[in-house]
Design a protein around this ligand. Structure first.
Ligand SMILES: *Cc1c(COP(=O)(O)O)cnc(C)c1O
Length: 412
């Protein structure tokens, strides 16, 4: 794995998610021993601590005793707190019980699971769909199941950690290509020569909000006879017609072997799915270990996501509201002199660089009522610590502009 990646010039690049994994695997990381690890992290300004939200989710939350504007949630459409979604979850608890009780292959596959799979397949324009317990479980399960021994899995350097771990679990060789780089992808596929390749990429990248060059990826995949897995965690409900994702936006439905998405972000619930052909769905139910050996989703999570999908179908304007808010946030940040491009994407990275400086800005913004958690390595590459701002449809443009002015004053 390391030799192959080195040829593409990324194996020793510890700044990427894959690089961090390689570094840890190679034993060059922090000293072993729990307290040494914690002390090392503290010294490097990288120690993480959990904050507590003491209210329901929403555009405003109570955070550790303070009322703040929430500017770092993936609940893009505000559906986690929508009364219709909450009611659907509550009704499902009463009708179907609190849990599924077993894995889906034993006795945990229930009517709500089947119904949601059919709705998601229609939403994503595929023949079939398989629900998973979470996005993390979907990616580890799908990548490891599809990329077998003697094969190659080809992964973008900035893919989500769950894809990185899917590559680690797969018995295929992993080749990492430089972020969103089609020449690098072509070189990786050339290296695979003769072996079956599976290309895997986020569609919208979680920490930068940029998009994968899917047309080019599909074209290269076709030329090399490779499979493609696309993770639409941050695209589902966020872009494309009625929020159907980047694959639909680009007219590539039917061209992607597996489209993964989560129920936990724009759909406001919890869980995930893989949309694919009926044959691949059968394969996944038989080979994805995270389906076989993990309990089915609670019916309330399934029902909540189903209601969120209905809202999206009946009121696609909510996606337009999200885009308008993203444009307002971006415009005011740019007016404040920050390096932010115009656009519709709700993920807006304010890259600071140094982890302690990013934490300092985060705390100063909190003191002024704006909550945008600082994101540090290994979630983002070394030297790119940032505030990852996220606009939601449930914000008002005025409060986003106010927040941008707070951030502008603190960084100016
Ligand atoms: C959040 C995320 C996941 C994991 O989804 P969960 O349902 O939170 O486990 C997978 N892929 C990407 C790109 C993500 O951002």
């Amino acid at each position: 794995m390391r030799a192959a990646a080195a040829e593409l010039g990324v194996a020793t690049d510890a700044r990427t998610a894959h690089g961090a994994v390689l570094r840890a695997a190679s034993g060059g990381g922090p000293p072993s021993g729990v307290s040494a690890v914690v002390e090392d992290l503290r010294a490097a300004g990288l120690l993480r601590e959990l904050r507590t939200v003491e209210s329901a989710q929403g555009a405003h939350v109570r955070l550790d005793g303070r009322d703040v504007l929430l500017l770092c949630s993936n609940d893009y459409l505000g559906l986690a707190e929508d009364p219709r979604v909450r009611d659907a979850a509550a009704r499902a608890v009463h009708e179907w019980g609190a849990g599924a009780g077993a894995s889906r292959l034993v006795s945990g596959n229930m009517t709500p699971h089947r119904e949601l799979e059919a709705e998601l397949a229609a939403f994503k324009g595929t023949e079939a769909c398989v629900l998973f317990g979470s996005g993390f479980l979907a990616n580890t399960g799908v990548v490891a199941a599809l990329a077998g021994p003697g094969e190659v899995v080809v992964s973008d350097a900035l893919n989500h950690a769950s894809i990185v771990d899917g590559c680690r679990l797969a018995q295929a060789e992993t080749i990492v290509y430089p972020h969103a780089d089609l020449d690098g992808l072509a070189a990786a596929l050339d290296r695979a020569a003769g072996r079956r390749a599976t290309i895997v990429t986020d569609s919208v990248f979680s920490m930068d909000g940029d998009v994968a060059p899917l047309h080019g990826i599909v074209e290269l995949a076709r030329r090399h006879g490779a499979r493609v897995i696309v993770d639409e965690a941050h695209a589902t409900g966020v872009i494309g017609p009625a929020g159907r994702g980047l694959v639909a936006e680009l007219g590539l439905e039917g061209e992607i072997d597996v489209v993964v998405g989560t129920l936990s972000k724009a759909l406001g619930s919890y869980g995930a799915f893989a949309c694919c052909s009926a044959e691949l769905a059968t394969f996944l139910v038989n080979r994805a270990r995270t389906v076989i050996f993990s309990t089915g989703l609670p019916p309330s999570c399934v029902a909540a996501a189903g209601e969120a999908l209905r809202i999206l179908r009946n009121e696609p304007r909510v996606v337009g509201r999200l885009h308008a808010n993203a444009r307002a946030l971006r415009a005011e940040l740019a007016a404040q002199g920050l390096a932010v491009e115009p656009g519709d994407m709700p993920i807006v990275p304010l890259v600071i660089g140094d982890p302690e400086a990013a934490m300092g800005l985060c705390e100063a913004a909190l003191d002024r009522g704006v909550f945008a958690q600082a994101i540090r390595p290994p979630t983002v590459p070394d030297g790119t610590s940032r505030l990852r701002l996220v606009a939601m449809a449930s914000h008002t443009e005025a409060e986003l502009r106010d927040a941008a002015r707070v951030l502008g004053a603190l960084t100016g």
